[in-house]
Design a protein around this ligand. Structure first.
Ligand SMILES: [Zn+2]
Length: 350
């Protein structure tokens, strides 16, 4: 146990001015009994190999046991970076209309209990659980996760088949709002994972949780991931004017197509809603930011080959002009559990 975690009054109070990466995936093959699994289809294998190489992990880890190595590498990167912590994301299954696992169930799975445990063990990790609100035990799982110290909820509506605006989920969103648990939801196209419902890439599917009062972070600000994706960025930007509880993250803004919207995201008033995230282990490149003139040649050369990709991403985002608040804004949104099973300090009377 890390001594920093022994204080019951949350990481937020002591670290709230320090930078956080709010979008970091956990991946595992289940080695060491983590409960994770990973299915890499033949045509996604080169992408998986690239991600491992970028993370400084050997390709053999996929066969010999990835889980422990992945976490040690992450810890080592956070500790030697400008970041104080990273938000670790669990990953629920893709589910059908009844909330039962879809055949195939997605490309990877990370149990909530695993990220909650990692966060109890290491102060550098802040736990974001993942709950498909349509699963039969969604509310019970939400209570379990709140009691376990969850600070955020993550979902991918288009990959997990979640229509966030389905009225059946109203109670689920209301409970999240009451508990002060923010939602990080993938928006825009997706190419590293199989997509079940392309139309759920549209940020307008997030209307119901926003109306219920949940603080929502639209991952990637609904930018396109591929040339043929519909463009939802302007819809997201317009929604931030309607909903003061809507934010967007700049995760994967160093990859070619998503990075096109940096200038718009740096403009007022939208810049006040942007949150830093890397989308690790998605690779971080500086080439596109340099080619578009978002970073200069020296900055690009200095960070391009830096082995710590979390630091590389942080430095490139700083060089792009994201103001310091971008890197600490998440502290305002994260739930701050006082201690397991008790009412949270951000909880509103029900
Ligand atoms: Zn992601």
């Amino acid at each position: 146990m890390n001594s920093k975690r022994s204080e019951p009054q949350t990481a937020a109070s002591s670290y709230s001015r320090k930078p956080v990466d709010a979008h970091v995936h956990v991946v595992g093959t289940g080695s060491g009994g983590t409960g994770c699994w990973l299915r890499v289809s033949v045509w996604r294998r080169p992408m998986a190999a690239l991600m491992l190489r970028h993370s400084g992990l050997p390709l053999t880890a996929l066969r010999t046991g990835l889980d422990g190595l992945y976490i040690s590498r992450l810890l080592e990167m956070v500790r030697s970076s400008s970041l104080s912590a990273v938000v670790l994301l669990a990953q629920d299954l893709a589910r059908d209309e009844q909330g039962l696992p879809l055949r195939g169930g997605g490309a990877f799975y990370v149990p909530n209990e695993y990220v909650l445990r990692l966060a109890r063990e290491h102060a550098e990790f802040l736990p974001a659980v993942s709950i498909h609100p349509g699963r039969p035990d969604a509310l019970e799982e939400l209570e379990r996760c709140l009691a376990g110290g969850a600070v955020m909820m993550k979902c991918l509506p288009n990959c997990q088949n979640i229509n966030c605006s389905d009225r059946r989920f109203t109670r689920f969103w209301e409970r999240m709002a009451q508990a002060g648990l923010p939602l990080l939801a993938h928006t825009g196209g997706e190419y590293t994972l199989p997509v079940v419902r392309r139309d759920y890439s549209d940020p307008r599917t997030l209307t119901l949780p926003l109306e219920c009062g949940v603080n929502v972070i639209a991952a990637h600000c609904a930018t396109k991931a591929g040339l043929t994706d519909p463009e939802y960025f302007h819809i997201f930007a317009a929604m931030t004017r309607r909903f003061e509880n809507l934010y967007g993250d700049n995760s994967a803004f160093t990859v070619p197509i998503r990075g096109r919207r940096v200038r718009e995201c740096l403009g007022e008033p939208l810049v006040q809603r942007i949150i830093h995230g890397s989308d690790f282990p998605v690779p971080v490149f500086g080439h596109f930011a340099w080619l578009r003139g978002f970073v200069d040649w020296q900055t690009f050369r200095r960070w391009e080959r830096h082995p710590n990709v979390l630091e590389r991403d942080y430095q490139l985002k700083m060089a792009m002009g994201f103001p310091p608040d971008t890197f600490t804004r998440i502290w305002k949104l994260l739930r701050t559990p006082v201690s397991a099973g008790r009412q949270t300090s951000t909880e509103k009377p029900g």
